[in-house]
Ligand binder design. Structure first.
Ligand SMILES: Cc1cc2nc3c(=O)[nH]c(=O)nc-3n(C[C@H](O)[C@H](O)[C@H](O)COP(=O)(O)OP(=O)(O)OC[C@H]3O[C@@H](n4cnc5c(N)ncnc54)[C@H](O)[C@@H]3O)c2cc1C
Length: 355
């Protein structure tokens, strides 16, 4: 392992892998580490990506499990509203992440798994769990919602959605993403996303209501069993945190070391939908370029990177954050959101897109 790389990438999720690939293409030395032992495993994702990401990632089609055509949204168990044109793909997220990392390695990055970053000092030295010290010129934090790189520079995701998800058998195949909105799913929503004979069934809520997730998910599961849509069997469990507070400052300096953040670490996940794969891939590519620019002497590169993220994601993140705050505020003073307020908090409805 190179202990003095030009660039250390922390995390080999979509953001880190794309950053490592982009940076390695320029010929500089890139070390990319992930604490996971097996690439992309365990999966912490509902595995849906909108069609537009297909332009960004070659790996998407080869890791696609099924096509999605539409979105159905049910509010408080009413019959669903249909958004007929909502194309996308369900992917095998473990294979997707593994293939992005393979592409990074092919471009020349040294990718290592089972390597946990334990600490980053104020002068930019990085300590691994096994005691190894790495002294890079640039650190890229592609290390997710609770980023250690972000913590080191004081850029921390403070608003979080907590999730719980199970994989269940489907009674019959379908090709929509199904969304469940209800006041009892506090500050979040439920989802049923199909993958051929199976589906990811999950829920996200504000972090303070994490303890409710198990019961709420069991209730939604039982309802779908009664409706004849899914089987009783639970094939696997997962979950995890989703940043829901919008973009945070994506760079800082520790001694002479530049630290850049991408993907969830930079708070680029949509605060309403929780979707973050697309932003992770795109910001990963941009952050790799920004790191190279810095190494070539461009001291404006972190500012230009920040501006690039603002230009690409700023407007949609700001809208989603505004809607999320209104949604969460609807619970103040022991109130619960009305169906109209739930509608205004979801992308399928015109109220969400209103000024
Ligand atoms: C239940 C759930 C469902 C979701 N569903 C969707 C969906 O359907 N569509 C969508 O677009 N988005 C979805 N998301 C969000 C999406 O998964 C993230 O936005 C996306 O994974 C962000 O990619 P990333 O590379 O920034 O971070 P991650 O994918 O989180 O990758 C971070 C990597 O860093 C590693 N790491 C972290 N800390 C350290 C450390 N100290 N040392 C070494 N390695 C470290 C981790 O092991 C991990 O591999 C979902 C999230 C959750 C939790």
């Amino acid at each position: 392992m190179n202990r003095n790389p030009d660039i250390l990438v922390i995390g080999l999720g979509p953001a880190g892998a794309c950053a490592a690939r982009e940076a390695a293409k320029s010929g500089c030395s890139v070390l990319a580490l992930d604490r996971k032992k097996i690439p992309g495993t365990p999966i912490q994702c509902a595995e849906f990506v909108p069609a537009l990401i297909g332009n960004e990632v070659d790996q998407l089609s080869s890791n696609s499990v099924q096509n999605i055509a539409s979105m159905l949204t049910s509010i408080e168990n009413a019959p669903p509203d249909i958004m007929a044109d909502f194309p996308g793909k369900m992917i095998d997220r473990a294979a997707f992440d593994a293939n992005l990392a393979k592409a990074a390695a092919k471009a020349g990055a040294q990718c290592r798994y089972g390597q946990s970053i334990r600490d980053i000092s104020a002068d930019g030295r990085v300590s691994l769990g096994n005691g190894t010290i790495i002294t890079p010129k640039v650190i890229i934090g592609g290390d997710g919602p609770h980023s250690i790189a972000g913590k080191a520079i004081g850029s921390v995701n403070t608003e979080i959605l907590e999730t719980r998800q199970i994989c269940v058998p489907l009674c019959r195949p379908f090709s929509s993403t199904d969304i469940f909105l209800s006041a009892e799913i506090c500050g979040g929503y439920g989802w049923l996303f199909p993958k051929g004979k199976y589906a990811n069934l999950g829920l996200g809520v504000v972090a303070e209501k994490k303890a409710d997730l198990k019961i709420l998910l069991a209730k939604l599961h039982q309802k779908l069993v009664r409706d004849g849509r899914v089987g009783e069997q639970v094939i696997s469990h997962t979950g995890g945190a989703i940043p829901a507070g919008g973009m945070i400052k994506p760079y800082g300096i520790l001694g002479k070391t530049l630290v850049l953040l991408a993907g969830d670490a930079a708070g680029l996940t949509n605060p309403i939908t929780g979707a973050g794969i697309n932003a992770a891939v795109i910001s990963g590519q941009l952050v790799g370029e920004a790191a190279i620019d810095w190494l070539q002497g461009d001291r404006q590169s972190p500012i230009n990177y920040t501006q690039g993220l603002e230009d690409l994601f700023g407007a949609s993140l700001k809208r989603a954050l505004k809607r999320r705050r209104a949604f969460v505020n609807a619970y103040a003073n022991e109130n619960t959101p009305t169906p109209d307020q739930l509608r205004a908090s979801w992308i399928a409805y015109s109220d969400y897109w209103a000024a």
